[in-house]
Design a protein around this ligand. Structure first.
Ligand code: FES
Length: 356
């Protein structure tokens, strides 16, 4: 019999209780074979030690296979080294786990312990003192005697919640028109700064682009020229106007063989010599995109891997985006530069609002 069991012989039903509490009704305790039979106890001890020993062997095999198994060998189509490392590591961890479980089940002390605690609630005296102090605070504040202060305070506190509600208005539809209240071009979710005849210029530097500047397979990040000269007196946009114009007007311009383009219905004249232009803003949740694979014409969004086929109206071929990238109709102006025929026909960016 184990030492624990010997000690517990003096305690009825092997439950350690204290003097304050009687047994609350725990089931009668049954000793395990390893508690009462020294041979079984020794046997269990050997079993546990064997399991830990097997884990040690697996770890040694792990190290040996790391240095001896050729990385290029395969077994059943799997990398031989990966397979041996995986199996030996799994064995090492598994045998430790099983050994610990056996140790706990068969050898660790099998006791049920009742722990006494003092009552959690406050004493009557403490509760009375708290209430008294509360009443005293209310009386001293004079809130009962000053209804004007009390009512204005209640009104102010109730109204302060409005500050959390009013901004929700921004989630609703916006006024798409450019008005005095929205004096910058391209305000509203439905519009961008793009306008008929506006040049497509290179991102950051603002250089206009001629069709001959682009090779087959090129992708250029571009912007509306209006960012650089769209102010009231032809000056560059600034502040909010610049941020809004830039965030919604960013585009990618790609060139491919004209015969590779599958024009959408009504879009037959939206490209120029195989040059085609799309919004750079992903229609999933609005990341800017420009990872382009020229052989497949696929544009990949780095955020959640939405993939668009630029040869086929930026159709979604993979990922969570729900609609193609909006296409900007292109033409060439009198000076031979790429310009927009007009604004996008549809909203750019995430498709979280209804389209007309
Ligand atoms: S933002 Fe492009 S896939 Fe999510």
């Amino acid at each position: 019999m184990s030492d624990d069991a010997h000690e517990l012989d003096t305690v009825p039903d092997a439950t350690v209780t204290d003097d304050l509490y009687a047994n609350p009704g725990l089931a009668e305790h049954h000793w395990r074979p390893t508690d009462v039979d020294p041979k079984m106890e020794k046997r269990a001890e050997r079993q546990v030690a064997t399991l830990f020993g097997l884990s040690t062997i697996c770890t040694i095999l792990f190290v040996v296979s790391y240095f001896t198994v050729d990385k290029t060998d395969t077994f059943a189509g799997l990398g031989a080294q990966n397979l041996t490392l995986g199996l030996t590591l799994a064995g090492a961890l598994l045998f430790i786990g099983i050994g610990v479980i056996q140790w706990a089940r068969k050898l660790m002390a099998d006791l049920e312990i009742v722990e006494s605690r003092h009552p959690a609630s406050s004493s009557e005296a403490d509760r009375a003192a708290t209430l008294e102090s509360l009443d005293q605070g209310i009386a001293e504040s004079g809130i009962g005697r000053r209804p004007l202060v009390r009512n204005s305070l209640l009104g102010a506190v109730g109204l302060v919640g409005v500050t959390a509600v009013v901004p929700l208005w921004d989630l609703g539809p916006t006024n798409a028109k450019v008005t005095k209240e929205q004096p910058y071009p391209g305000a509203g979710l439905e519009n961008t700064i793009w306008a008929p005849g506006m040049r497509v210029v290179r991102d950051v530097v603002g250089t206009p682009i001629r069709p001959g500047d682009l090779q087959i397979g090129d992708l250029v990040n571009a912007e509306p020229e209006g960012l650089f000269n769209g102010g009231p007196d032809g000056e560059p946009l600034e502040g909010v106007a610049l941020q809004v114009g830039k965030s919604k007007g960013a585009v990618v311009v790609v060139r491919m063989e004209p015969e590779e383009i599958i024009p959408g219905k009504g879009r037959e004249n939206w490209s120029v010599d195989g040059i085609i232009c799309y919004s750079k803003i992903c229609t999933h949740v609005g990341c800017p995109i420009s990872l382009y694979e020229r052989t497949t014409h696929h544009l990949l969004c780095p955020c959640h891997q939405s993939t668009f086929d630029l040869a086929d109206s930026a159709r979604v071929v993979f990922g969570p985006a729900a609609r193609p990238l909006p296409q900007l109709p292109l033409q060439v102006d009198a000076d031979g530069y790429l310009v927009a025929q007009r604004d996008f026909d549809e909203p750019v960016g995430p498709s979280f609002w209804e389209r007309g």
